[in-house]
Design a protein around this ligand. Sequence first.
Ligand code: ATP
Length: 366
Amino acid sequence: PLGSSTGMPASRLSLQRVRHAYAEHLAVDDVSLEVMPGEVVCLLGPSGCGKTTLLRIAAGLERLQHGELRLGEEMLDEAEGHHVPPEKRGVGLAFQEAALFPHLSVLENVAFGLDNLPPSRRRARAMQWLEQLGMAARADTYPHMLSGGQQQRVALARALAPEPRLMLLDEPFSSLDARLREQIRDDTLHALKRVGAGTLLVTHDPEEAMFMADRIALMREGRVVQWGTPYQLYCQPQTPFVVTFFGAVNEWVGEVREAKVMTPAGVVAAPALAEGSRARVMVRPEALRVTHDGALMERPVGDVGIFARVVMAKLLGRSSLLHLAVPDEKGQEVHWHAQVPGVFLPRAGQSVALQLEPSQCFAFPA
Ligand code: ATP
């Protein structure tokens, strides 16, 4: 870490039992979480689940109604008690709307928060951050001369330049087009890790959260429904909501027999479910391994999967999406989606062989 120009070392952010209501509406309902120094934590969830409200509480823009908020040893906020105002928190903020100062140049915007540095070093530090975010060439222009995405990059540079002890980012990449977004995410993650501050980042995009986060808090209706690493959320989802938040899945309801459920595409383990109970099985499209049936015939006996008919095949780019008709045990057709890597475009009507990748199939009580 470079050490922050705010003079305050990076420290752990802790929110305990936070609740927040707007009039009658409970927007945040008993949330506890922490952000360690150097760690990126993403608040992920559908629109209206309370992500922005939590971030605004961490920033001090909303008064805490219930619970407590600490940064390191310092109490930032207690309900009906002590409240440290936003500007005294040593925290960097960047929101969806860039909110740059219109009368200041790009460089002056970024240098604005650097009043702890001697004037001679402010300019150099601001330039350095504009370079990091690919905006150095626009240093002398004014915000109204920039596109939304460019403004967002300047806002990120402004938030990062003081190298604060904590960064709070609300959908900071939303105005960027897809290609630029990948680049700026990458640059921002590098910058955050270099500064060594903890970061709380709001996003509704699961892929963005997986890329940026060390840990993710997945929220729904004001509550954290699962908290863990990207791997834990994606590979060990605790509820059907967590599974589907990362993308549509194939579903099947069947009976648990010897800790397994038979689906049209193969057997799925259900170790936690009671014998004879009904199970809701969720199979990610990428859990279906699809091969031309000829190729499968050459494999040893016992590795033969189940056959399906191709209804439609679409090339998405890095993968191909297949719409398949799979016969169930009664001989009726069930329609499932498979996503396979690369270019794999069998003709409609063709027969293909299926196998299940067990790590991307999940069984819950029906
Ligand atoms: P989005 O992804 O759409 O920004 P979010 O998860 O950030 O959503 P919040 O902005 O925190 O959600 O809002 C949570 C809930 O509180 C929503 O139902 C919203 O309508 C409500 N809400 C937010 N701000 C206010 C406000 N100032 N007054 C009244 N209700 C509000």
